[in-house]
Design a protein. Sequence first.
Length: 127
Amino acid sequence: MSTKGFFQSFDDVWMHEGVRTPMVDYCGALGHVSPTDLGIKVAREALKRSGVAATDIGSVITGNMAPGDFDQFFLPRHIGLYAGVPQEVPAIMAQRICGTGFELFRQAAEQIEAACAMQHWWWVPRA
């Protein structure tokens, strides 16, 4: 891995499949949907599209710029469990004001390159 500033490159790390939540205004079209429910839907769809079994997931990495209530601090754990990921799989959340999605890619690539995660992973962008 080479680094220069915020740049990182990784050898032999590939994105297999992903699903992006829509870009909407705060309290807009998806204002009535909880980030947890949205994340669960996205995670299930990413698994379906990729053909990867939830039981093959080695790490759950999610992002949420500004958790709105206490339950959202458990966002990655709830998303993973309700998407069918085994309970023993670790779950982490990135919180950035800007660049949350890029941070998720970086953390996932680091885990894969360091062999801390299985080769299959999924990304749930900030809700």
